[in-house]
Design a binder for this molecule. Structure first.
Ligand code: ATP
Length: 765
């Protein structure tokens, strides 16, 4: 026995563990499913570090430091916005340059020079080479850069430490990989990764500020900003700036951050996030203007092109009547159904990949296979579908003639030989005769399959734009059909149904509604369409939710992240903390010998410890007898204890000339580095073991607590809204009887869900 209730290397389990097999929480998953919580993810502590030391520092620094910290804070937000926009401009420029080169070469090859087989080889090279580069950098340099990264952002904002989330190498690899995906023409876009990139820029920029100021006279100004909570807010702002730059939608970006991270939202944060998004948008826009003024078509101003990402929808030609409401609802239902189908297939594909595509060699081969498939299917569709289009004058640089007579072009070629942005704008703005049903249908089906295959590859690919393209394609098909049977309904403008199709498809897959509505409004420059968009998006969400989770929620669950969703599990008010807390608590006396403290830390792996006075006793609630571990005095993290012991802080008086340095060390231990903190064995000299240490100045003297009788929904809300890592459970006389962490709640959600589904036991690893 080393401390009050501390048992050697034993992570105490909750009483619920008998039901949920939770004792296996810390081992690796035995099978792949959404019903497990992984022990690989640790929680972040968004609670303020408040101790005797910090209170004294605050008083010493005075109000001037508060003002100076505020100024620095705004400067950090400003630099995050600028950096995100610059990264966005860089990505766009490289993609545009290489895509133009690729498309021109393929066009030249098909129409002027080589045989079909030679063209196919060239096309394959243009897809396989970037795919290989994009996949290799992820696999061999930074595996955490794979995917769109939005699930990571959501998890981080929710309070889960994602290893290497703010590492600069992850940022660089992400940028290279997303550029490669777009150049290869796979079914992935850059918009989702830009949100992750924005968040990473936020994390990296704030760390750079911390590092540059913490050793000089700026130490006392940056001190209060050095914590996970500030970093989280700045990463939320970076994510908003990423979306704002990607879609030209500052309000949409702000709302997206709000919709995905509402657990900690406040009006002052909203203002900062909006500031960041609002700076990123014009910076990105201005940068693109400067870089692309020498466009081949100077009459088409890049400014007008990029200020409305989807191109401006003219209010005089786009209109709707109330009789069209059923059509909007049908669009929403169809989008929701297709979205649910997409998520379901993606789930099965992910399980398959987790089981069978494990080694790096297989992962690379899979990506190359998809790249070859893309090239073959693109060219084959052009050969097999000989729809020749003459009706519309499209810039000849976008199309190939192939087997069509002079003066006409192969219709489906225009889909494959343009960037995703150009395609989406053409779907929204070209007149109805520009595309026929069959090429649109073929494109829609192929792109659906390509996107399914691409999302989940070991590359950085998002699904915003691919989803929009799929939806816009079927929306256009619907508009052609409607136009055929009822020509008066839509006039000659299929753009509005293409827009609604795009909204329905994206809403059906990702299930965000408020932010997407605003993104669409800002990206089209048309407020008039608010009502149809809202109806379609809400219907798509409800329909999709009826069948599956949204894609990000599914991916989060699949990776076992202990996410606390927005609402506590239903029908759980009768469950109180004593049902799921860990009741064998490792508590630390507030005054103890150094040797004893070292033993406690070396013999347990818990990350936080209640600090107690008095002795162990027993108390009784309802019919259960509980062991009490002493009067609660405060709470202290393992990382803080490590610092105290490693730097021998206990050997010198607390308030000596090294006071600031001590505080700095302690503060640094409360915010996290990129990697998961490793358990470290501590050593102290034999003669130091008997020194007495008083933990009171270092501990948080007013930690969050709940009583034994507190219900699960109440505890859940506390955790989620405050972003907590631990809560101490006390009895009527303020004695510690238990402790709860995030995973104790996250696994409970799974158990209850499974229980309502009629399962006896859920897989929790
Ligand atoms: P995180 O790694 O994010 O901090 P965790 O749940 O893995 O979360 P641990 O501190 O390793 O954190 O706790 C594992 C289990 O032990 C949890 O069920 C928790 O309730 C329990 N626990 C946490 N701290 C203590 C403690 N000081 N004494 C006894 N049990 C604890």
């Amino acid at each position: 026995m080393t401390g009050v209730g501390c048992i050697n290397h034993n992570r105490e389990r909750s009483s619920l563990s008998t039901v949920s097999n939770a004792s296996a929480l810390n081992s690796k998953p035995r099978s792949h499913s959404i019903n497990y919580v992984s022990s690989d993810y640790e929680s972040l502590d968004y609670d303020h570090y408040e101790s005797e030391l910090t209170v004294r520092e605050e008083k010493l620094n005075g109000y001037k430091t508060v003002v100076a910290s505020n100024v620095i804070r705004w400067l950090i937000y400003f630099s995050i916005a600028i950096c995100t926009a610059v990264v966005g401009i860089f990505i766009d420029t490289v993609i545009e340059y290489f895509c133009n080169w690729k498309f021109q070469s393929i066009r030249y090859c098909i129409d002027v020079k080589y045989s079909t087989v030679e063209c196919l080889i060239i096309w394959i090279l243009f897809t396989v080479l970037p795919t290989t580069v994009g996949c290799c950098v992820v696999l061999f340099m930074e595996p955490s850069a794979a995917g769109s990264g939005i699930p990571f952002v959501i998890s981080y904002l929710n309070g889960i430490r994602i290893p290497r989330m703010t590492a600069v190498r992850c940022l660089l690899v992400k940028v290279i990989s997303v550029v490669c995906v777009c150049i290869a023409g796979l079914g992935g876009g850059k918009e989702g990764p830009l949100i992750h990139i924005g968040a990473m820029v936020g994390g990296s920029v704030v760390e750079a500020w911390w590092k540059s100021l913490r050793n000089g006279p700026g130490r006392k100004i940056i001190g209060p900003l050095q914590n996970d909570r500030e970093r989280r807010d700045m990463m939320a702002a970076g994510a908003a700036a990423g979306l704002s730059a990607a879609f030209g939608s500052p309000v949409g970006g702000t709302l997206m951050s709000l919709e995905e991270g509402t657990s900690f939202w406040s009006s002052s944060l909203m203002w900062k996030v909006f500031f960041c998004a609002a700076i990123a948008f014009p910076t990105y826009n201005a940068g693109k203007n400067v870089l692309f003024t020498n466009n081949t078509n100077p009459s088409e101003s890049v400014h007008s092109k990029s200020i409305y990402f989807f191109g401006k929808f003219n209010e005089n030609t786009i209109y709707f009547s109330y009789s069209e409401f059923p059509i909007f609802i049908i669009f929403g239902i169809f989008g929701g159904l297709l979205g649910a189908l997409f998520v379901n297939i993606n789930y099965r594909l992910s399980i398959f990949r987790m089981k069978h595509v494990i080694s790096n060699r297989k992962k690379l081969m899979e990506s190359v296979f998809v790249a070859v498939f893309v090239a073959i299917i693109n060219l084959t569709s052009m050969i097999l579908l000989s729809n020749c289009q003459t009706k519309l004058e499209i810039s000849s640089s976008n199309v190939v003639q192939m087997y069509c007579p002079a003066g006409s072009y192969n219709e489906i070629s225009s889909f494959w030989l343009r960037t995703q942005e150009e395609n989406i704008r053409s779907f929204f703005h070209y007149p109805i005769e520009a595309y026929s049903v069959v090429p649109l249908l073929v494109y829609c089906v192929i792109y659906f399959i390509l996107t399914e295959l691409t999302v989940g590859l070991n590359m950085s690919a998002g699904l915003f734009l691919p989803s929009l393209l799929i939806g816009a394609a079927w929306g256009r098909i619907a508009s052609i059909v409607i136009h055929y049977y009822s020509p008066g309904t839509i006039g000659n403008d299929p753009g509005k149904y293409a827009l609604l199709g795009a909204a329905a498809q994206l809403g059906g897959i990702v299930r965000t509604t408020i932010s997407l509505t605003v993104v669409f409004i800002e990206a089209t420059g048309n407020v008039q369409f608010l009502l149809p968009l809202m109806i379609t998006l809400f219907t798509a969400k409800w329909t999709g939710d009826f069948f599956t989770d949204g894609i990000y929620e599914m991916q989060i669950k699949l990776s076992g992240v202990p996410l606390l969703v927005s609402e506590p599990p239903p029908l759980t008010s009768d469950i109180t903390t004593e049902d799921f807390m860990s009741d064998t608590v490792c508590a630390i006396p507030h005054i103890l010998m150094v040797g004893k403290l070292v033993d406690i830390l070396n013999n347990t792996k818990h990350n936080g410890f209640p600090v107690v006075a008095s002795k162990v006793c027993f108390c009784r609630t309802r019919n259960i007898e509980h062991k009490c571990y002493g009067l609660l005095k405060g709470f202290i993290l393992r990382s803080q204890l490590n610092v105290i012991l490693e730097h021998n802080l206990y050997l010198t008086p607390l308030h000596d000339e090294n006071y600031c340095k001590k505080l700095e060390l302690l503060r640094k231990s409360t915010y996290t580095c990129h990697d998961t903190q490793q358990f470290q064995r501590l050593k102290v000299d034999e003669d130091e073991r008997s020194i007495v240490i008083d933990l009171r100045p270092y501990m948080n003297s007013a930690p969050y607590i709940v009583r034994l009788e507190t219900s699960l929904p109440r505890t859940f809300r506390l955790f989620r809204t405050l972003g907590l890592r631990h809560i101490v459970v006390i009895n009527n006389t303020n004695e510690v009887v238990g402790i709860i962490t995030r995973k104790d709640l996250a696994k409970f959600r799974l158990w209850r869900k499974a229980a309502t589904m009629g399962l006896k036991e859920v897989n929790v690893y």
